[in-house]
Design a binder for this molecule. Structure first.
Ligand SMILES: [Zn+2]
Length: 366
């Protein structure tokens, strides 16, 4: 039976914890990583009712989008709903796991799901993150290049967008003199050596550098492996906030709002005035006011998000249709991402259920 740790590993391969925002607290929130998974209940939020549902339906793990523990706890006495949920989970041995802004920031995460539901194509990340990439350069004797590269690819290097196995190789001459106490793969102690080598370059997500270096040392035949890791200024199209894409055909603002209501099942859309046709659409699940400027700069005709405050609507300046569909509503399909990921990796080894408990605290009264 897979353990909670196995489950976390799968989720974190898709949404690495290193990609969460600094204020966030994604990951395993409570529970024994070694516990075997009997069933997983998927929800957007973790509340006492969700833990009750998990217990009732035979699940011992809750996977949620929003972390239950967001601010550090100084005591655990059940004084508020967060603590009550946590106590209940501990009492029933239910593990709680959250993938939050790390799942927002990946290419196949929350915003991709929202964009897909709206039928957007030509998708790209609206605000790609800088500082997440490195270049790994190493020098390999000719006959061993392929083995070293394969090991690096398995460790997560050489991925550019949807292309895998990306590298650059140049042939040259390596020189070295093995010192006293060495056990050289090629050459002898104190004898200068010249070897035909390849300089191999691969892109590497920074958070995988330790994994990649371990793989490099294992696959490389030399006792001392020469390598360089260079941090890059490049942004990566794979990681960042929001998403932007095109509608299949231009819609009037009214038609677009109609599509929003239909696709998201929302009764109401709060929006600004905008005259023009809607073709290019930016989206950000959750509270997305921080991307209004980016959406405008990217030429979006509409920007769909949640949790906008009164003064933030002014930032549209009549230049785009700003739509607030509700925080929960914009993220309501996130469970499908968890379900597909876990189903794809674990099949039916354990029950995988979407919560029936409605955790949205907001109601509409017409
Ligand atoms: Zn959210």
């Amino acid at each position: 039976m897979p353990t909670v740790q196995d489950l976390a590993r799968v989720l974190e391969r898709a949404a690495p914890l290193a990609y969460q925002e600094s204020y966030d607290n994604a990951g395993l929130q409570c529970g024994d990583p070694q516990m075997e998974v009997r069933g997983v209940l998927i929800a957007l939020d973790c509340t006492p009712a969700v833990v009750d549902e998990a217990v009732r339906r035979g699940c011992n793990v809750v996977v949620a989008h929003h972390p239950l523990i967001f601010k550090p706890l100084k005591r655990l006495t059940g004084a508020n709903e967060v603590e009550q949920t946590l106590l209940k989970a501990i009492r029933h041995e239910v593990a709680l796991y959250a993938a939050h802004t790390n799942l927002d920031n990946v290419r196949h995460g929350v915003n991709r799901k929202l964009a897909d539901k709206l039928g957007l194509t030509n998708l790209r990340i609206l605000d790609p993150k800088p500082g997440l990439l490195a270049k790994l350069i190493t020098y390999v004797p000719l006959a061993h290049t392929e083995a070293v590269l394969q090991a690096l690819y398995r460790a997560g290097a050489g991925q550019v967008g949807d292309y895998s196995g990306c590298s650059f190789r140049t042939e040259g001459t390596g020189t070295f003199t093995p010192g006293a106490g060495t056990d050289p793969f090629i050459g002898r102690q104190d004898k200068p050596e010249t070897v035909r080598e390849e300089r191999v370059e691969v892109l590497l997500p920074l958070h995988l550098q330790h994994t990649a270096l371990r793989a490099l040392r294992q696959a490389h035949p030399y006792e001392e492996v020469a390598y360089e890791i260079i941090r890059l200024e490049n942004t990566t199209q794979d990681v960042g906030a929001g998403m932007i894409g095109d509608l299949p055909e231009a819609l009037s603002p009214r038609e677009f709002r109609q599509r929003l209501k239909q696709a998201l099942g929302v009764p109401v859309v709060k929006h600004t005035e905008f005259e023009g046709p809607i073709k290019k659409v930016a989206v950000c699940g959750g509270a997305g006011s921080f991307l209004i400027g980016k959406a405008r700069a990217a030429g979006a005709d509409a920007y769909v998000t949640g949790d906008l405050k009164y003064h933030e609507y002014f930032a549209s300046e009549g230049r785009l249709l700003l739509c607030d569909v509700g925080h929960f509503e914009s993220e309501q399909f996130t469970g499908e991402i968890f379900r597909d990921l876990l189903m794809g990796n674990f099949g039916s080894t354990f029950a995988l259920l979407i919560a029936e408990t409605l955790t949205n605290p907001v109601r509409y009264d017409f």
